[in-house]
Design a protein around this ligand. Structure first.
Ligand code: MG
Ligand code: MG
Ligand code: MG
Length: 306
């Protein structure tokens, strides 16, 4: 049984890719099931409820030797804890690669807006009809990962794939559906601050040091800014407890396309000024139209440190 593994702090794209890719394999007569290694965010929860789709099983580790395929990630720090004991045979992803493997594997990687777009292409290449609910999920994941085509990661292919999928999914108003997804994601209630920071959170090694970058994609940026004091305290605490060189937390205002970043200290703030020409005010860095961690934040950090 192949286990299709979604990434830590899962987002809609990784969960949908795991569910739909496992289903594609099933349709090809291959035993497969999706798994997740963290709690669903509010957007994904809303989506699965809306279309009555079961959440992938939550696991901490898998039995030694289990065959796994990673979707929407390839870095071990973002994957299942005992990955080194497992039999990794495939990766489907749209991120930069940073993995060393012990054996050969099938890799499908593209410069494209979402892993869901790649899974759609795999369906088409296999000549297998996409079930309606899967088309609905795949569209949702593409709209989510590209922030309804606002992110610079968006490609013409993503738009075309959504148009084609919608012949099956039959959404009347795609933009409204994206707003519903973003509203669900933005509705954080009184979530505990560390959980909030780590909802969409990744560790990167820049120039030999570990840094973390959390992102809150929201239509209600003021909510995050109102919690500034507790966020700043927590970022300092996380930096110390998790042995990081720095922690960044970007509040990405989806509709106004603006990035406000908080940091674990003054040095980190200074770094944002140097690297991004950020404006610093009230202990926060204003980065302007920086929406994508993958395409805009990480590459600039890497260029700076290497
Ligand atoms: Mg993802
Ligand atoms: Mg993705
Ligand atoms: Mg994302």
């Amino acid at each position: 049984m192949k286990h299709i593994v979604s990434h830590k702090n899962p987002d809609t794209d990784t969960i949908v890719a795991a569910i739909t890719y496992a289903k594609l394999l099933n349709k090809q007569g291959i035993e497969a099931k999706p798994v997740r290694i963290g709690v669903l965010n509010k957007e994904t929860e809303f989506l699965l409820n809306k279309f009555n789709v079961e959440s992938p099983e939550l696991v901490e580790t898998l039995p030694e030797g289990t065959e796994i395929v990673l979707v929407d990630h390839n870095e071990k720090s973002q994957s299942i804890d005992n990955i080194d004991e497992l039999n990794l045979t495939g990766i489907i992803d749209h991120h930069k690669f940073n993995i060393q493997t012990s054996g050969p594997l099938n890799i499908r990687a593209e410069i494209i807006g979402s892993t869901a777009s790649i899974v759609t292409k795999l369906y088409n290449e296999a000549g297998i009809e996409i079930p309606k609910v899967d088309a609905q999920l795949l569209i949702s994941a593409i709209l989510s990962d590209t922030l309804y085509y606002r992110s610079p990661t968006t490609t013409e292919q993503d738009r075309q794939i959504v148009q084609d999928l919608n012949k099956i999914a039959e959404f009347e108003d795609l933009e409204q559906h994206s707003l519903d997804l973003f509203a669900a994601k933005s509705n954080l209630g009184d979530i505990e601050v560390e959980k909030m920071i780590k909802l969409d959170y990744k560790i990167f090694n820049f120039g030999g040091d570990d840094y973390a970058i959390g992102v809150m994609e929201t239509t209600n940026a003021q909510y995050g800014i109102n919690r500034k004091e507790e966020i700043l305290d927590k970022l300092k605490e996380i930096k110390k407890n998790d042995n990081l060189k720095g922690v960044f937390y970007s509040i990405v205002d989806i509709l106004n396309e603006e990035n406000t970043t908080m940091t674990s200290g003054a040095e980190e703030l200074e770094l944002l000024k140097t690297i991004f020409g950020a404006q610093i005010k009230d202990d926060m860095a204003y980065l302007g139209n920086v929406l994508s961690r993958k395409k805009q934040l990480v590459p600039k950090f890497e260029a700076h440190f290497n």
